[in-house]
Design a protein around this ligand. Structure first.
Ligand code: DAH
Length: 354
């Protein structure tokens, strides 16, 4: 005896069909609601599943006739659920895309940006000009031998430059902290045969009382050119060009006779006061000129010290104080500002040296 009559089964299937037809599938707003819906119509305990199970209790010919109807309804519901699921997933994706979209026109966060120290900026600028003029970079150690720092530069034992008051001598070893970059001239000529043109930017050390224009650690740029027939005129042409590039094309220069043991003749070079233009102010001590560097024609004794024949070779050399140039170039009146690491001071200067 079948537990369910065909009529009854058909009536129940029809109820499911009309219930589904009246359902608000398209109004389901979330995937969770859709899942509840799916369980209700297609789940293990749903009426439809139950009816499919009951098919086996029907007569074979009823089974054959009704089975496909139930399957058809089932696959119809499955298709509808799948379609709604695809719609909901798409809506979800669209709303995610809308909410997470990136507005590339918004201003970005400002990253704190480091910058180079003004002394580095000025030293780089001087180095840039000189390398464009054909000088290559050379280096030497901060701890120097007395031979390189003094003797080979024609600074004999009794010379005042060697005074304990100026020079830092090492305690437990021979050698000194270099008092200028000139020993690099010696080091280069010991290694390289002329013709040569080098500069050496670097740090130097002197036992000096610190004040507005003195520091015990400061910077110089050394220059040396050696070739056949190099004259004072070459030195003058080179320095004039360099100083005009550095301070502006209208820069006037003045060459005063001076004395350095390693050059003969020697000169100190001044530029027209950058602050008053020559009329006299406190920056130039009312002279209208500012001293910029020392220079000269290489002393034959220096050539002899490195084994070069002074009858064959000649050259010029110069030494520029970086701090001094930086103070003039940047309008800074106290050298100590460069070493105090006050960000308010340091952050005023950029690559344009403005
Ligand atoms: N070495 C010198 C100083 O520290 C500067 C100097 C003067 C360097 C004349 C030179 C030069 O090369 O020719 O005071």
């Amino acid at each position: 005896m079948p537990e369910i009559s065909r009529k009854n089964w058909e009536a129940r299937l029809e109820a499911v069909r009309s219930d589904f037809a009246a359902s608000a599938l398209d109004c389901l707003a979330t995937l969770e609601d859709l899942e509840l819906f799916r369980v209700k119509y297609l789940g293990r305990k749903s009426e439809l599943t139950e009816l499919l199970k009951l098919l086996k209790d029907l007569a074979p010919e009823d089974k054959r006739a009704l089975g496909p109807q139930a399957q058809k309804l089932k696959s119809g519901i499955e298709t509808a659920v799948a379609r709604r699921q695809a719609e909901l997933e798409d809506e979800l994706l669209q709303s995610k895309l809308a909410n997470e979209s990136l507005d590339v026109t918004l201003p970005s966060y400002r990253e704190p940006r480091g910058r180079l120290h003004p002394l580095t900026l000025v030293m780089d600028e001087m180095t840039r000009i000189l390398t464009l003029m054909g000088f290559s970079l050379a280096q030497g150690p901060h701890v120097e031998t007395e031979r390189h720092n003094f003797e080979a530069l024609n600074i004999p034992k009794h010379h005042p430059a060697r005074d304990m008051l100026d020079t830092f001598y090492l305690k437990d070893a021979p050698g000194v902290l270099r008092t200028h970059t000139s020993p690099v001239q010696v080091r280069v000529m010991e290694k390289q045969k002329p013709p040569l043109r080098i500069i050496c930017p670097g740090r130097v050390f002197r036992h000096e009382e610190v004040d507005a224009s003195h520091s015990s650690v400061f910077h110089q740029i050394e220059g040396l050119a050696v070739d056949k027939g190099v004259s004072f005129a070459d030195l003058k042409g080179t320095l004039d060009f360099f100083l005009k590039e550095l301070f502006g094309s209208g820069t006037q220069t003045r060459y005063r006779p001076s004395y350095f043991p390693f050059t003969e003749p020697s000169t100190e070079v001044d530029v027209r006061c950058l602050f008053c233009g020559g009329s006299g102010c406190s920056a130039c001590k009312r002279s209208g000129w500012m001293e910029i560097l020392g220079a000269g024609v290489v002393n034959p004794n220096v050539f002899k010290a490195v084994g070069l024949d002074p009858a064959q070779w000649s050259g010029f050399a110069f030494g520029v104080g970086v701090e001094r140039v930086a103070m003039l170039r940047l309008g800074v009146s106290d050298m100590r500002l460069f070493y105090e690491n006050d960000q308010r001071f340091l952050s005023q200067f950029d690559e344009n040296l403005a």
